[in-house]
Design a protein around this ligand. Structure first.
Ligand SMILES: Cc1cc2nc3c(=O)[nH]c(=O)nc-3n(C[C@H](O)[C@H](O)[C@H](O)COP(=O)(O)O)c2cc1C
Length: 325
């Protein structure tokens, strides 16, 4: 158990926010495998305030783990109102503010990682959200905007002074996007810079990597993003690694059962047509864990119904595809 923002978390392994991925179905699957805390996809504060149905839909709860809603925006009053509205839609355990998104459209609007260049505005946003809600408020950002402006420690101090209850740092700059490697030394320097909890993000791709990140950064917990795609059991494996135990071997049957359960959950939440279109990418990630699955990946890319997904799972069994180990 670790204490984080007034919550008792079962482990230091959290599911990172991922747009287009961490919907209630995926959060639920990861929580069942032990994700100690989950985040919604990032939600536009403006979208939420101006009654965009899609934004509100992203704020449904799902899964047994505690969950923070992640908001992005650049206007303090709108962010504060959006945080209140998010909590009125669902009783989230906290609000996370996205100040790390590198996508050009978001940065061009002065949102996401653009705020790493404007500490005054970032501070006003954090303070406004903090005073609007009673739940913990956290901030997720990057090592800096670019290699010439690595300011994560200064940014973390600003966040702490503005009322943030914890911070999360992805050790890449905005200009790196997802290239290169995440800089653990920057995360370690953030850990040194503030008293509030620090979460590490970046390259948490295996249980071993997660253990090394915790050791090298001194972070209180680590967020898993790409490492959980198509293999949500990584949270269970991380817990085993923390206990110093061997990880359990995951079988082909477990893979197909999880894939199918994931598809059923999305269908329940979003209706079959849309759900299966969204499920295709998850299906490809699950199948990437099997040897010789190329022909099935082609079928997955064209799946239309839950029955198509079930057929693909049956075919995995019939053709005796084996897990990559
Ligand atoms: C498809 C995708 C979507 C993401 N969406 C978000 C998001 O909505 N909010 C956010 O703060 N970070 C987002 N991220 C960043 C991740 O939370 C994480 O910080 C990053 O992927 C580094 O971790 P990893 O190397 O373990 O994948 C996203 C990453 C990916 C791959």
């Amino acid at each position: 158990m670790i204490s984080f923002c007034g919550l008792e978390l079962r482990s230091p392994f959290l599911l990172a926010p991922m747009a287009g991925i961490t919907d209630p179905a995926f959060r639920s699957i990861c929580a069942d495998y032990g994700a100690a805390l989950t985040y919604t996809e990032m939600v536009s504060a403006k979208g939420l305030i101006y009654q965009d149905k899609k934004s509100a839909e992203l704020l449904r709860l799902g899964g047994s783990a505690p969950c923070f809603a992640q908001l992005f925006g650049s206007e303090p009053e709108i962010m504060a109102a959006a945080a209140e509205k998010a909590l009125a839609i669902s009783p989230f355990d906290g609000i996370d503010i996205n100040m790390g998104c590198p996508v050009p459209k978001i940065v061009g609007n002065g949102e996401g990682s653009a705020l790493m260049k404007d500490l005054r505005l970032a501070s006003q946003i954090i303070a406004a959200v903090k005073s609007a809600v009673r739940v913990p408020v956290t901030v997720k950002f990057r090592s800096g905007f670019d290699a010439e402006h690595i300011n994560a420690p200064e940014f973390a101090r600003m966040a702490e002074a503005s009322g943030a209850d914890a911070v999360c740092v992805h050790g890449r700059t905005r200009t790196q996007m997802y290239s290169g490697t995440s800089d653990r030394a920057v995360v370690a320097s953030v850990r040194q810079a503030v008293k509030i909890p620090v979460l590490a993000s970046g390259d948490a791709l295996s249980p071993q990597a997660c253990m090394e990140i915790l050791r090298d950064t001194g972070a209180d917990a680590v967020m898993l993003a790409r490492g959980a795609l198509g293999r949500p059991w990584i949270f269970e494996d991380c817990e085993a690694a923390l206990r110093g135990e061997e990880t359990r071997l995951h079988t082909e049957d477990e893979l197909t059962e999880t894939l199918l359960r994931h598809a059923e959950l999305i269908c329940r939440q979003k209706g079959e047509g849309r759900a299966i279109r969204e499920m295709r990418k998850h299906g490809m990630w699950y199948l990437a864990g099997l040897r010789g699955a190329k022909p099935l990946k082609l079928r997955m890319a064209q799946a239309e119904t839950l029955a198509d997904i079930a057929d693909i799972c049956d075919e995995v069994k019939r053709s005796r595809l084996r897990m990559k180990r």
